[in-house]
Design a protein around this ligand. Structure first.
Ligand code: DGJ
Length: 712
């Protein structure tokens, strides 16, 4: 039973209760005026059950009451020694900040709570938005300078979240590196602080701004899980603290490392959105909540956005050696397979014959495309495919006209070396002139050439993050303004070109987060396209992100790690996300074409289920010899099960598969790719399928099948 109002307020006790389908979140204003956390967990319906925040007392002179009070948004001031949500320095050096409640406003699913320092006009507005049907709560904060003098923000967090008092919690998070993104970590939370962060200027491959905490007993489909994701594509930080007072606190927002954001009188700064939820249904249910929320509330177009097309990308086939004839020949072959979007990758512009030159010079290379891009685009469109183009707008090779003309446009500290990575430097997007230049280049491409899709790449992290022209005290606004301007360019491009789509790529999965997802249609999870490695990367990508946006290509073998897998295995891996082909089709045999054509046709049949269905991770490539993932369509009329066996041993049968999410009373048509299923009945009941299970006939190494269950 859910309350009629998603946000309830008790005037007598000054308590707020925010409720979604899956969770409730409560806080209240204590007698001294400080907002304090009260509850986060399974849904509650009765606000009168919640007490006002209890007064706390010092335990000793070393354990003051402030350490025990779970403050909703703690400033750094008074005897507070833990992670603050806000830390500032006033012009006169005064750094004490104690935030108390002033007023609040409830407007439908939105709540705003105004706070203010106890002595002066340092103002904070806490923003809460409840998504009742999605089980998600959004929090952020706006810091405003109401003083007559400037102050500098040194730490600005979006939210502090508290777990119910206790210990035994476990933290799950994603880490990795280039070609090995989204590796899972699952570890006990002990006293102390764990920091997940990026200091690299972009989201980064090393940690992803997502966390899950369980009560120590959760599994894929059972148990209590609290989870959250930050919407920020620059330097971010999430800290998980367990104190000696049985508190577990998660604080996240802008990374306070090297952070200094000055606010002039009247100016304000809003922190990134921090989304969070709770479920009693294990990690699988947490992922499904996030997936649905991302599809319908985060991605451009939301629930109305189109299914991702089958894409062909030229990169692994041609690298930088693109030209009109070669691209047209690949386009002919891609169209024959059933591709719907043809993307020309790196190498089409400036003096770009390798990664040493040309970045920044966004004019078509006249040797490779003497007639411009139009003949190629017309050819691609004539084949029934949309045309997409690779760009890396934020970067410049020192060997480029752009750098020769504007050496001051890159991030740099005057007189210091400029570190090149992949022979390139980072343009300072925080500068208004650089931002307008980049917008102009992309706007012109989208206008003149009717580009339908940009693959937006970003192939290095920041270094020497200087912005000398910003003037004293303003240089470090760079960390925020760069990302804001990046978002602004994308937002303006999309507004001016409503049919334009964008893919976020950063040398693979270096920029995947809920901030960029509000502006892009899909992401490139990894430059590692080797199918067995990809199964692991994809599995953990889906902890936080919907398969709809997970671009997944079929490429050639042997792949980067020397492994060769059959074409069907590669397809069935890539068909679990937004399917793409990145192979050199000039080298394919007729049999390869036949296999690919058949599987692309199958993909189109099951695509709505894969891209918008509920994902159940039934068996993991990390723990089983067969990876099994099931997708159930939102109307429960179709389920698709992918089963991929990597390494049979001792002539054992593959483990039985127990589908989930079916209707026990319904009958399902059962179809297995290549007949690799022991059950030969054309129809089975939901009850039998879920409880007796299915037995796939997979043998040897890298054998795979897909099972399609259609409700009768
Ligand atoms: C890195 C990307 O991840 C690749 O897919 C490709 O686009 C290259 N950059 C091109 O330089």
């Amino acid at each position: 039973m859910l309350p009629a109002q998603p946000i309830q307020y008790s005037e007598s006790r000054k308590v707020f209760l925010l409720t979604t389908r899956d969770s409730s979140y409560a806080f209240g204003v204590a007698a001294d005026g400080a907002p304090r956390h009260l509850y986060w967990g399974a849904p509650l319906w009765r606000i009168d059950d919640l007490p006002a925040p209890a007064p706390r007392h010092d335990i000793s002179s070393f354990d003051p009451r402030q350490m025990l009070e779970n403050e909703e948004f703690p400033g750094w001031g008074g005897p507070r020694y833990y992670e603050p949500a806000l830390k500032i320095t006033r012009q006169d050096g005064n750094r004490d900040l104690v935030l108390h409640y002033v007023s609040h406003r409830i407007d439908g699913n939105n709540l705003e709570v105004a706070l203010k320092d106890i002595r002066d006009d340092v103002e904070v507005t806490l923003h809460y938005r409840v998504y009742p049907d999605y089980g998600i709560l959004r929090r952020s904060a706006t810091i405003r300078n109401g003083l007559a003098q400037p102050f500098t923000i040194e730490s600005a967090q979006s939210a502090a979240w508290y777990l119910p008092p206790g210990d035994g919690y476990q933290l799950t998070y994603l880490s990795g590196r280039w070609v090995a993104e989204q590796q899972i970590n699952h570890e006990p939370i002990h006293e102390g602080e764990k920091v997940l962060e990026s200091r690299k200027g972009h989201t980064s491959h090393n940690f992803n701004p997502w966390f899950a905490i369980d009560d120590g007993n959760a599994s894929e489909e059972h148990g209590r899980v609290w989870f959250g994701a930050l919407a920020w594509s620059g330097n971010w930080r999430i800290t998980v603290e367990q104190t000696p007072y049985q508190q577990v606190r998660v604080t996240g927002g802008f990374n306070s490392f090297d952070f200094a954001y000055p606010l002039q009188p009247g100016e304000s700064l809003e922190t990134p959105a921090f989304y969070a939820g709770f479920t009693g249904g294990g990690f699988g249910a947490a992922s499904r909540l996030l997936h649905c929320f991302e599809r319908e509330q985060i991605l451009p177009g939301g629930a109305q956005s189109r299914l991702r097309p089958v894409l062909y990308n030229s990169w692994e086939a041609t690298t930088f050696h693109v030209d009109e004839a070669g691209q047209m020949a690949l386009a002919d072959k891609a169209a024959r397979l059933g591709a719907e979007l043809f993307v020309m990758d790196d190498g089409w512009f400036g003096a770009r014959s390798n990664d040493h030159a040309g970045l920044g010079d966004w004019y078509v290379n006249p040797q490779k495309f003497p007639r411009g891009l139009k003949p190629l685009i017309d050819h691609v469109n004539g084949l029934g495919m949309d045309f997409g183009l690779w760009v890396e707008p934020e970067m410049v090779n020192p060997n480029s006209d752009l750098y020769r003309n504007h050496p001051d446009w890159v991030l740099h500290f005057p007189g210091r070396p400029e570190s090149e990575l992949r022979n390139q430097l980072v343009l300072n997007l925080a500068r208004p002139d650089v931002k307008e230049y980049i917008f102009g280049v992309l706007d012109k491409l989208a206008t003149d050439d009717h580009i339908r899709y940009f693959k937006w790449d970003m192939n290095r992290s920041f270094s020497e993050p200087g912005w000398p022209e910003a003037g004293p005290g303003n240089e470090r606004k760079l960390w925020v303004d760069y990302v804001r301007n990046l978002y602004d360019i994308m937002d303006r491009l999309r507004a001016r070109h409503p049919r334009l789509e964008i893919e976020s790529c950063s040398g693979g999965g270096g920029r995947v987060d809920l901030g960029i997802l509000q502006r892009v249609d899909e992401v490139w999870p990894s430059d590692n396209t080797e199918a067995f490695d990809r199964l692991r990367i994809q599995e953990r990508f889906t902890e936080a992100y919907t398969p709809k946006i997970m671009s997944a290509w079929v490429t050639d073998v042997p792949n980067m790690n020397g492994r060769s897998t059959p074409l069907e295995f590669r397809f069935l891996t890539a068909m679990q996300g937004a399917l793409g082909i990145g192979a050199n089709l000039n080298k394919w045999t007729e049999q390869d074409f036949a296999t690919a054509t058949r599987l692309i046709a199958l993909y189109k049949r099951i695509r709505p289920t894969v891209q918008t269905g509920d994902l159940y991770r039934l068996a993991s490539p990390r723990t089983a010899d067969t990876t099994v993932n099931e997708y159930v369509s939102p109307d429960a009329k179709q389920a698709v099960i992918f089963a991929l066996r990597h390494s049979q041993q001792y002539n054992t049968a593959a483990p039985a598969i127990f589908p989930r999410g079916l209707d026990e009373r319904a009958m399902y048509g059962v179809e297995a790719l290549d007949g690799k299923l022991a059950e030969k009945q054309p129809q089975l009941s939901g009850a039998y399928l879920m409880h007796a299970g299915l037995n796939v006939l997979l043998r040897g190494d890298y054998d795979a099948t897909a099972i399609i269950l259609d409700r009768q």
